[in-house]
Design a protein around this ligand. Structure first.
Ligand code: PEP
Length: 255
């Protein structure tokens, strides 16, 4: 059975002290809910916060994720953080392909595939983000469906089915990230169904049925339940609303 996940991407926000407090609250809330194993909560704080947060969360209940990892294993790469370093801190998953990494750091499919392979080699789960820009959306369904498919074909579709089992897809329309604009539940469902079909065509129906596909883009307590209720939406990757413990708790409840 595929996992239902609510994941918080904190981006470059909070001081270490604030982050530790937030993580504690998320952990306490998640523990109090006694969620079934199928339902998971993930937090992705900044790199600097991972070690102290690993000490305060219940790691059986909250999955600690990083927001990125290096495309190389080790060596003279100033400022980079490798997948094995993250693993050593108790990190279990890594977000890769976020639109902000693609846009501001020029990460393309070639770079992302290197990161994916290195993260998988460390046994990390991958939350792989894909999605179309506003211009691509406005150019029509033919174009944006092809854009989204190409983001998969060039990267995670080259993995073995066994490797792909470690991949969670996050559909994040770029026009909805941090903008206050949200895909309608129907728009999200259409794309999620298209993605699941593409996975089935590439890996077979059983793999597609087991793949978690998250929606991300201005998800908040007021709109999440409706989106998460859709058949192919298995939860959310949450930016802004993951920074407030109360809002994130409501999003956990919405799934
Ligand atoms: C994100 O950055 O992954 C995201 C979904 O952000 P927001 O919820 O703030 O739109």
């Amino acid at each position: 059975m595929r996992k239902l996940i609510v994941a918080g991407n904190w981006k470059m926000n909070t001081s270490v002290a604030e982050g530790v407090e937030l993580a504690k609250k998320v952990s306490e809330y998640t523990v109090s809910k006694n969620l079934p194993a199928q339902k998971q909560v993930v937090i992705a704080p900044p790199f600097t916060h991972l070690a102290p947060i690993a000490q305060v969360i219940n790691a059986d209940k909250v999955i600690l994720a990083a927001q990125d990892c290096a495309a190389t294993t080790n060596g003279a790469y100033t400022g980079e953080v490798s997948a094995s370093m993250l693993k050593g801190l108790g990190v279990k998953a890594v977000i890769l392909g976020h639109s902000e990494r693609r846009q501001y750091f020029k990460e393309n499919s070639e770079i992302l595939l290197k990161k994916i392979k290195l993260a998988l080699a460390e046994g990390l789960d991958i939350i792989f983000c894909i999605g179309e820009t506003k211009e691509q959306r406005e150019a029509g369904a033919n174009l944006y469906n092809n854009v989204i498919k190409a983001q998969l074909v060039d990267t995670v579709f080259t993995l073995t089915p066994e490797e792909f089992k470690k991949v969670i897809i996050a559909y994040e329309p770029v026009w909805a990230i941090g903008t206050g604009l949200t895909a309608t539940p129907e728009q999200a469902q259409d794309i999620h169904a298209m993605i699941r079909k593409a996975i089935a065509d590439n890996f077979g129906q059983a793999v597609a049925d087991d793949t978690t596909i998250l929606y991300g883009g201005s998800c908040k307590p007021s709109n999440a339940a409706e989106i998460f209720a859709k058949k192919d939406v298995d939860g959310g990757l949450i930016g802004g609303a993951s920074l407030k413990a109360d809002d994130f708790a409501k999003l956990i409840d919405a799934r």
